[in-house]
Design a protein around this ligand. Structure first.
Ligand code: BEZ
Length: 341
C-alpha cells in the first residue's frame, strides 16, 4: 500500500469581506531599562485577561503575529480579548538605530519591562503568547510574577543557556555567515531555507534589508547570552499557570524538546494553532464548548503530540493535555498542552 506523505502547506485564510481589522493604538512607556513600544488592539473585556504577545529575534509584533491574529478563524477568539503586542526595544517600525555602545537589555531585563506596560494599561492579568526569544521572556516574566499570568502559549522555546558546544558552533557559524543568515537559521530549518519558498524569500528580504539591523543584532546577542530558566521537575522553579507548548515540526533539533530554531508555525500553520489555542482557552474556561466546531473538535485530537519539557518527547500523534505537567507547572490548576505543528 502506498504510504501517505506529509506535505508542508502554508495555510491561508484571510479575513472575510466585512471583517475589518480593528484599529491599533501604539503606546510607548519609559522603564528602568529604556523605553518600550507596544500596540493595543480591541478594548478590555471585563473579567478577562489581556492577550500579551512577545515576538522572536529578527521580527517585530507584526511580522511575527499578523498572519496568526488576522487568520479568519482566529477572529471569534480574539474578539473576546484585548491584545497587547510588545515590540522589543528598537524593533518597532521606524525605530532609530541605537547609538554605538548602547547597552541593550538582557532577556531578563526585557521581562522586567513588562510590569511597566501592564501598569500603564491598568491590566492585572494576561495570557502570554511568545515565540523563541519572546517565549523565553514571557516565561521569565511568569516565573517572577506568577499571579499575573493566567496562561502561556510558548512556541519554540529554548529554556536553556547556550552550552560550550553551542557556543563553539555559534562562533564557527559566525565566521562564515552574516547576522541575517544566522537569524534566519534560528527562525527556520535548513530544509525550509533551501526550499526558498515565497515565505522564506519574504522573511529573508525583511531581515536582510531591515533598516534597524544593528538593533536586531543587539536583541540576537541578548538571546544568545540568556541564562537557564532552570525549570525543575517537582522543584520550586515552575510555571504555575496552564501552558500550551508548541514545537514547529520543521524544528531541526526535533529530539531536543525545545527547538532552538526552525519552523514558525504561527506563520505557516495559523489554522492548526488557532484550533489548539481555542482548545487551550476552553480548558481555562474562556471559550464556550459550543464555539468548538465539530471539525475543530475532531481535528484537535489529531494535531497535538505528547512532549515534556525535559527531553522525553514522544512523536505519537495523540492529544496531550494533562494536569500532571512535570516541570512546566506544578499541580492544580495548571495544565500543559503540547502541540506539534
Ligand atoms: C490583532 O488583532 O491583535 C493583530 C492585528 C494585526 C497584527 C497583529 C495582531
Amino acid at each position: 500500500m502506498a504510504e501517505l506523505q506529509e506535505v508542508q502547506i502554508t495555510e491561508e485564510k484571510p479575513l472575510l469581506p466585512g471583517q475589518m481589522p480593528e484599529a491599533a493604538k501604539i503606546h510607548c512607556v519609559e522603564t528602568p531599562y529604556g523605553s518600550v513600544t507596544f500596540t493595543v488592539y480591541g478594548t478590555p473585556k471585563p473579567k478577562r485577561p489581556a492577550i500579551l504577545t512577545y515576538h522572536d529575534v529578527g521580527l517585530n509584533y507584526k511580522s511575527c503575529f499578523q498572519p496568526l491574529f488576522q487568520f479568519g478563524d482566529m477572529q471569534e477568539i480574539i474578539q473576546n480579548f484585548v491584545r497587547v503586542h510588545v515590540d522589543a526595544p528598537g524593533m518597532e517600525e521606524g525605530a532609530p538605530v541605537f547609538p554605538l555602545g548602547y547597552q541593550y537589555p538582557s532577556l531578563d531585563q526585557l521581562a522586567d519591562m513588562i510590569p511597566c506596560v501592564l501598569q500603564y494599561l491598568n491590566f492585572s492579568t494576561v495570557i502570554g503568547v511568545g515565540v523563541g526569544a519572546g517565549a523565553y521572556i514571557l516565561s521569565r516574566y511568569a516565573l517572577n510574577h506568577p499571579d499575573t499570568v493566567e496562561g502561556l502559549v510558548l512556541i519554540n522555546i529554548d529554556p536553556n543557556a547556550k552550552g560550550w558546544m553551542d557556543w563553539a558552533a555559534h562562533k564557527l557559524t559566525g565566521l562564515t555567515s552574516s547576522i541575517p543568515e544566522m537569524i534566519l537559521g534560528h527562525l527556520f530549518s535548513q530544509e525550509e531555507l533551501s526550499g526558498n519558498s515565497e515565505l522564506i524569500q519574504k522573511y529573508r528580504n525583511i531581515i536582510t534589508h531591515a533598516p534597524n539591523l544593528d538593533n536586531i543584532e543587539l536583541y540576537w546577542n541578548s538571546y544568545n547570552n540568556r541564562r537557564d530558566l532552570n525549570f525543575e521537575r517537582g522543584g520550586d522553579i515552575t510555571l504555575k499557570c496552564p501552558v500550551m507548548l508548541v514545537v514547529g515540526d520543521q524544528a531541526p533539533h526535533e529530539d531536543a524538546v525545545m527547538a532552538d530554531s526552525g519552523g514558525q508555525p504561527q506563520l505557516t500553520q495559523p489554522g492548526k494553532l488557532t484550533e489548539a489555542f481555542k482548545y487551550f482557552l476552553q480548558g481555562m474556561g474562556y471559550m464556550a464548548s459550543s464555539c468548538m466546531t465539530r471539525l475543530s473538535r475532531s481535528r484537535t485530537a489529531s494535531l497535538t503530540s505528547a512532549a515534556s519539557i525535559d527531553g522525553n518527547r514522544s512523536r505519537s500523534r495523540t492529544l496531550s493535555q494533562s494536569s500532571e505537567s512535570g516541570t512546566l507547572s506544578s499541580g492544580p490548576p495548571g495544565h500543559t498542552m503540547e502541540v506539534s505543528c
